[in-house]
Design a protein around this ligand. Structure first.
Ligand code: SF4
Length: 393
């Protein structure tokens, strides 16, 4: 059994994901004997066999002095959280088995450099390990990270099999208790006891019942009629620290990227985008509210005269009219359910780091990957548009 200390945050957030990922994790220990010689070891992995499992620390630097070893962990975040202290204790616990020297742990990001008082947290770290040793793969408990998780389909299917009420979006703890008190324990009870659902949810009951049906019958359900959508343009924006570096457009099945590689070029590309959208005089389809918000901000930022653009948020249409058997209504979850495959493994967060990497390295391969991801996003948006029009027939 393997416990990767570098993923302790995942364990605290979703033990199920941690355990499933551990099964695929491979140990690459670069240190196998006592650490004596002074020097600097960059990006090393180190493991310890204990309690019948392998404790594994990866991607750490070791600064080895005569009397002290400093473990350095490079981070991306702005601040430290509780799990960082447990992670630091885990690193020190493993490294201490290879040395008699004093150990310091430093967590470092662009925003902070912090020496962690790891000794205070060793007992808590060990408690987590004991907890892990006694754990079987737990049942899925939906959480905000599910939409980015590679096991989301597997978890959804498991919950569908159990007809679990947690699949229904927007129920809330209080109403869930209400439902259970009235004898509604499973998804099919929602369909069979419609009157009770109406009593509890009022106007929202159609949506709740449609969601239960969508999961049980594994199909898309239109529960609130929707008008056919006019042909239009599909837009998706990628940003990095208040810099909207890519306006990706899909027009008549042609992908057109308005791309700035320097902040100074953002205004020019934005003006080109606006002129393009204004000339076409077509509705602009996007998913969620990010695109119109950014466009409005850019009009203000560059003191430009606002033009009339008709934005249509497809998320709102899905949210208010359509029930889909997915745990999240993110673009990725719905499009994947509909059979769309992204060609990259990027997501909204990773793309920010990727662009940062591109700015540092100027590696065209990274840029190609970002463009592919953005092109896939607009194509996925178009797929969702097509489904709305199919349902509206
Ligand atoms: S989909 Fe959600 S519940 Fe399932 S493993 Fe991933 S994070 Fe955990």
């Amino acid at each position: 059994m393997l416990f990767c200390i570098s993923k302790i945050r995942t364990y605290l957030f979703c033990p199920r994901k941690f355990i499933l990922e551990s099964k695929d994790e491979k140990v690459e220990s670069t240190i196998t004997q006592k650490i004596n010689k002074s020097g600097f070891l960059k990006n090393v992995s180190i493991s310890l066999e204990i309690y019948g499992l392998t404790l594994y620390a990866k991607n750490i630097d070791l600064k080895i002095d005569d009397n002290k070893i400093t473990i350095i962990s490079h981070r991306r975040g702005k601040k430290l959280y509780q799990y960082h202290y447990l992670e630091a204790a885990g690193y020190a616990f493993v490294v201490s088995s290879y040395t008699d020297k004093k150990i310091d742990v430093i967590f470092k990001s662009k925003y902070y450099t912090s020496q962690i008082p790891w000794k205070k947290h060793v007992d808590s770290f060990k408690n987590i390990i004991y907890d892990f040793l006694n754990k079987k793969v737990p049942k899925p408990i939906l959480n905000p990270e599910c939409k980015f998780c590679k096991y989301s389909l597997e978890c959804t299917n498991e919950l569908i099999k159990a007809k679990d009420l947690s699949l229904i979006r927007g129920i809330g703890k209080f109403r869930l208790k209400n439902l259970k008190e009235k004898g509604i324990e499973k998804l099919d009870d929602i369909i069979e006891m419609k009157e009770v659902v109406k009593e509890i949810f009022g106007e929202k009951s159609d949506k709740i019942i449609a969601q239960a049906k969508a999961f049980i019958y594994k199909k898309i359900i239109l529960y609130n009629p929707v008008k056919k959508l006019k042909p239009g343009i599909f837009l998706d924006i990628e940003s990095y620290k208040n810099f909207n570096f890519l306006f990706g457009v899909l027009y008549e099945d042609r992908y057109i990227p308005f791309l700035s590689l320097k902040r100074e070029d953002e205004k020019t590309e934005f003006k080109k985008l606006i002129s393009f959208l204004s000339n076409k005089k077509l509705p602009v389809y996007h998913y969620y509210n990010y695109e119109p918000i950014q466009i409005n901000k850019l009009f203000k930022k560059y003191n430009l005269k606002k033009t009339n653009i008709e934005f249509v948020d497809l998320y709102k249409i899905y949210h208010n009219h359509i029930a889909i058997p997915t745990i999240s209504y993110s673009l990725k979850s719905i499009a994947k359910y509909l059979g769309f495959n992204w060609r990259t493994n990027l997501n909204g967060n990773i793309v920010v780091h990727k662009f940062e990497d591109f700015l540092k390295t100027k590696d065209d391969k990274i840029l190609d990957e970002i463009l592919k991801y953005n092109e896939d996003d607009v194509n996925a948006t178009k797929l969702l548009f097509n489904i709305v029009n199919k349902l509206s027939d």
